[in-house]
Design a protein around this ligand. Structure first.
Ligand SMILES: *[C@@H]1O[C@H](CO)[C@@H](O)[C@H](O)[C@H]1NC(C)=O
Ligand SMILES: *[C@@H]1O[C@H](CO)[C@@H](O)[C@H](O)[C@H]1NC(C)=O
Ligand SMILES: *[C@@H]1O[C@H](CO)[C@@H](O)[C@H](O)[C@H]1NC(C)=O
Ligand SMILES: *[C@@H]1O[C@H](CO)[C@@H](O)[C@H](O)[C@H]1NC(C)=O
Ligand SMILES: *[C@@H]1O[C@H](CO)[C@@H](O)[C@H](O)[C@H]1NC(C)=O
Ligand SMILES: *[C@@H]1O[C@H](CO)[C@@H](O)[C@H](O)[C@H]1NC(C)=O
Ligand SMILES: *[C@@H]1O[C@H](CO)[C@@H](O)[C@H](O)[C@H]1NC(C)=O
Ligand SMILES: *[C@@H]1O[C@H](CO)[C@@H](O)[C@H](O)[C@H]1NC(C)=O
Ligand SMILES: CC(=O)N[C@H]1CO[C@H](CO)[C@@H](O)[C@@H]1O
Length: 856
């Protein structure tokens, strides 16, 4: 334990390397994820004794019964306070009280030990007396058996009792054997255990510098990410500002662009209508004159003398009456001309609105580049700050030279390891002696119990119920002798066995109760952590030792638990009290610099004109061009009319029908030919005219559609243009501030995330001191308690039980031997007397005495 403690303290004293950043929230950005490479340790966390654990549990229960008192914290504290000095001033009342308390605590163990000692002292004495007594033919030493009525029952009772006792003894012996073997195999494992612990400690020492380097190296990742973001300021910041303005600006620009297209289309439509109208006028005039010609022609024909013939006058008059209908029905030439609007629109078109819109669009699209142009200085400032942080970190890594600092622990570790390796063979040698001795003990007990078993075996199988005591068979006699041999060996050796049991019991029981159990439930640490106990000037001994600052709340228990949880040594030893990282690495100051760089970033975007005055006037000119004022209804109404007053085809049919009523002659011929001319006129002029009118109708409709609400549309565009321009002029600065903040926070976020991770790594992960706790566990919990004390306790438990049961075994064996051995004499009944003589003085009347053999 001491070397590990020293290691812990040294590690604490020389630790100069770690850092802490304040906890802060980070924005979710695509910062690389950090992960500290974990260390792999060989030594297992926990030790499992296996199936033998059940036996250990029984021993624990026994110990708990013998020693039910709780861990005596107060007594221990007092003893430590008196600096283990109980010998002086024994008369002092508090010392007496303390001694009484100790005795009270130990009373169970003391009673057991005293009983054991009594056993040790009395057994040889009793054995000696018993032997002497038997030598004098007393105490059943006489080879004579009085026959009793219930002799058979007693014999069976004794045999069964002895058998049961022997079984108990055997169980104890088996426990002894198992414990002995277990202890030996565990001691053989010690070397592996020590080696793996040292390997782990070395891993900790060797890997810690690379862990620190790894953590610090991750800064490069952050820096690269920040650099790439700074290089992309055009798209990240400029693009952000651009995006913010887009929804306001783009629709306006699109509207204006659409309007520019509309102007062009309107002009085209106007021109079309103008031309078609011209054509229509021409065609109508032509039709008019053609119709006039036909009318004149018909009138001349009707002047024919045939019409004065009374029978025909009516028909001629009929025809004459209808001549008025031969006329065109439209007044297209009355329609107003469109040339004024056409001129206006042509004027408007003289200004290229589309290119003006493109200019505005370009100046709007230039925002990211403007941002980039204006921030080149700031970007290079921040980059140099980042580089200087990088070199600071590099310097720190070189300054602290953790490698050198940690390498000094190698020496203690090496020397402890050498020491252990030197001592291990000795330990193993002693352990083999111990093993041999324990084996002898177990064998001795086995010998005794084998004697008893053999005795029982021979006795039971060799017994002949008809044989009188003097005539018992050889086998039965041998059984009796075996029993007596067992008794003899028991008397000879049981006090040695009991001495061993008492010694191991006192040592093992106390170590289990005072070291192993309190170590497992951490009571031992609590004792050590008692303020002012180990050093009366120091509140917290550990921090006094480590930092020479005994006021820092640092306890063995907390350090051990933290190490066991594999926490970093920085948090475990509360090293921030000794070396405050924040004061040594001024990353925070640097991030503050970066922050203020962003805060003071001066981006001015003030010359964005979406549409200049010329473009604006152009729009207004268009709206007042009068295109929307045209009387489309009049045009449409006129053009919708049929071109002629009557349908020329039916007029021609009618004319022909009327002509057929006339007698053949020049009149009839002239009328028929005129009808034919009308038909031709219809096909040649009216039909094309109708088509022309139809297409003109559609064109006018489309023009009307285009120009409806023109003024309103332009007014809306101007309004939203004003509002967008207003937004850009007045609000762009706040948009810039907002976007810069977002951008700056994103870059600062990387550092905050990094610092957060550095903090977690340093407090939780770097130099996780689990191997130290494991080493302590290995030394105390595994080696001392599980390897040594547990089997030792099982050993005394087993052997002790066996030894105790030797006592009743002796009694029953001696009693039973009487029934198996061949006696020298027996109760015989005189032939003279018919009644068995009772209450006769022993060895006096009625039986033959041959020879006295000594039993022992
Ligand atoms: C503005 O410019 C961008 C990029 O040059 C282009 O995609 C967009 O169509 C333009 N918008 C207008 C209204 O001209
Ligand atoms: C439009 O029509 C008028 C006659 O109405 C004509 O004088 C003018 O030249 C025409 N305009 C164009 C551009 O053709
Ligand atoms: C058709 O022609 C006649 C004379 O030939 C003329 O008096 C009349 O005004 C013309 N109508 C139209 C619409 O031009
Ligand atoms: C940005 O700077 C470059 C080079 O100095 C220049 O050519 C470009 O016109 C500038 N752009 C803007 C939008 O100011
Ligand atoms: C010392 O710290 C432990 C936890 O580490 C805490 O439980 C205990 O209350 C603290 N003691 C004092 C006096 O602050
Ligand atoms: C370490 O330093 C930081 C800032 O310099 C401070 O906030 C913190 O309280 C310090 N920690 C200790 C334990 O002194
Ligand atoms: C940056 O500085 C401003 C004050 O200048 C502060 O409000 C803000 O919290 C700081 N941001 C960071 C990430 O430190
Ligand atoms: C001729 O035009 C008038 C309107 O000017 C219209 O009422 C009349 O129906 C038209 N004639 C025919 C035959 O359609
Ligand atoms: C033993 C050893 O090298 N200790 C050094 C640990 O690091 C500090 C500086 O951080 C030095 O001052 C010590 O000398």
């Amino acid at each position: 334990m001491a070397p590990t403690l020293v290691f812990l303290l040294l590690l604490g004293l020389c630790w100069n390397t770690v850092s802490e950043g304040p906890p802060s929230s980070t924005r979710g950005s695509d910062v690389p994820e950090f992960e500290l490479p974990t260390m792999n340790y060989d030594t297992k966390d926990s030790y499992k004794p296996g199936s033998i654990g059940v036996l250990f549990q029984i021993v624990h229960t026994f110990l708990h019964v013998v020693q039910p008192n709780a861990f005596p914290e107060d007594i221990l504290r007092k003893i430590i306070q008196k600096k283990f000095d109980l010998s002086t001033d024994y008369e002092k009342p508090e010392n007496v009280v303390l001694t009484l308390k100790i005795i009270h605590y130990e009373i169970g163990i003391i009673i057991c030990a005293v009983l054991g000692l009594l056993f040790v002292i009395l057994m040889p004495l009793v054995g000696f007396c018993f032997g002497l007594c038997r030598c004098c033919n007393k105490c059943g030493g006489e080879m004579h058996q009085r026959q009793k009525k219930n002799g058979t029952f007693l014999r069976k009772c004794f045999a069964v009792s002895l058998l049961v006792i022997c079984i108990f003894i055997s169980i104890g012996i088996i426990c002894g054997f198992v414990a002995n073997h277990h202890l030996r195999t565990q001691v053989e494992k010690t070397r592996t255990l020590a080696d793996s612990n040292f390997r782990d400690l070395r891993t900790l020492l060797n890997e810690t510098p690379s862990q620190i380097s790894y953590v610090l190296d991750q800064y490069t990742l952050i820096k690269e990410k920040a650099f790439s973001d700074l290089d992309n300021i055009k798209s990240l910041l400029g693009g952000g500002i651009h995006e913010q303005l887009r929804p306001k600006v783009i629709p306006v620009l699109v509207d204006i662009k659409t309007m520019a297209e509309a102007i062009k289309e309107t002009k085209e439509a106007l021109l079309n209508v103008n031309n078609t109208l011209e054509e229509l006028k021409k065609s109508t005039a032509q039709l008019n004159s053609s119709l006039s010609d036909i009318k004149t022609n018909l009138e001349q024909s009707l002047n024919d003398p045939q019409c004065s013939v009374p029978s025909m006058t009516a028909t001629c008059n009929d025809i004459r009456k209808t001549l008025d209908h031969l006329d065109d029905n439209t007044s297209v030439d009355q329609l107003p001309s469109l040339h004024m609007q056409l001129d206006n629109v042509n004027d408007v078109l003289r200004t290229d609105l589309s290119s003006l819109v493109q200019k505005g669009n370009k100046s709007f699209n230039d925002i990211p580049e403007m941002v980039q142009n204006q921030t080149t200085d700031m970007v290079s400032d921040i980059k140099s700050t980042l580089n200087s942080i990088g070199s600071d970190i590099k310097n720190i890594n070189e300054q602290i030279s953790i490698q050198d600092n940690l390498s000094i622990f190698m020496d203690p570790i090496n020397s402890v390891e050498t020491y252990i390796h030197q001592k291990l063979p000795t330990l193993e040698e002693y352990d083999s002696y111990r093993w041999l001795a324990s084996l002898v003990v177990c064998c001795l007990l086995s010998l005794i119990v084998i004697f008893y078993y053999l005795g029982l075996l021979c006795g039971v199988f060799g017994y002949d119920r008809h044989a009188t005591p003097t005539r018992r068979g050889c086998v039965s006699n041998t059984g009796g002798i075996f029993l007596m041999a067992g008794v003899g060996v028991s008397f000879l050796f049981c006090w040695i066995l009991m001495t061993i049991v008492v010694l191991t019991f006192v040592v093992g029981g106390n170590v289990e109760k005072l070291v192993c159990e309190p170590y497992q439930n951490k009571k031992l640490f609590q004792i050590l952590d008692t303020p002012y106990l180990l050093n009366e000037n120091w509140k917290y001994y550990l921090s006094g030792m480590v930092f020479n600052k005994p006021d820092i709340n640092l306890t063995f228990e907390q350090v051990y638990s933290d190490c066991k949880e594999n926490k970093g040594i920085y948090a475990t030893l509360k090293l921030e009290n000794h070396y405050n990282f924040s004061e040594h690495l001024n990353i925070l100051e640097h991030t503050g610099n970066i922050n203020s760089s962003f805060e003071n970033m001066n981006v001015r975007i003030d010359n964005i004109v979406l549409l200049d005055a010329a473009g604006r006037k152009n729009l207004l000119d268009f709206s007042s061009s009068g295109v929307d004022q045209i009387d489309y209804e009049a045009y449409l109404a006129e053009i919708a009319k049929p071109p002629t007053k009557v349908n020329l085809l039916s007029f021609a049919d009618e004319l022909e029908r009327k002509a057929s009523q006339l007698p053949p002659g020049s009149l009839k011929q002239s009328l028929t030919s005129n009808a034919q001319t009308i038909r031709t006129l219809y096909h040649d002029q009216v039909m094309p005219l109708r088509q022309l009118m139809g297409s003109l109708y559609r064109r006018i409709q489309s023009l009307q559609h285009k120009s409806t609400g023109l003024g309103e549309k332009v007014a809306n565009i101007i309004t939203s243009l004003d509002s967008a321009q207003d937004f850009i002029t007045n609000r762009i600065s706040s948009v810039i501030v907002q976007e810069s903040k977002k951008y700056g926070n994103m870059i600062l976020g990387y550092f905050e995330r990094y610092l957060q991770w550095v903090k977690i790594s340093i407090t939780e992960q770097i130099a996780a001191c689990k191997p130290v706790a494991t080493a302590l566990d290995s030394a105390v919990d595994v080696f001392l308690c599980s390897y040594i004390i547990e089997p030792m306790n099982l050993f005394w438990f087993g052997i002790g039980k066996a030894t105790i049961f030797l006592l009743p075994a002796i009694i029953f064996a001696v009693k039973l031997a009487k029934y198996y051995r061949r006696m020298d004499s027996e109760d015989v009944y005189d032939d003279v007397e018919t009644v068995p003589m009772k209450n006769m003085q022993k060895g006096h009347i009625g039986f033959h005495r041959h020879q006295t053999t000594q039993a022992l």
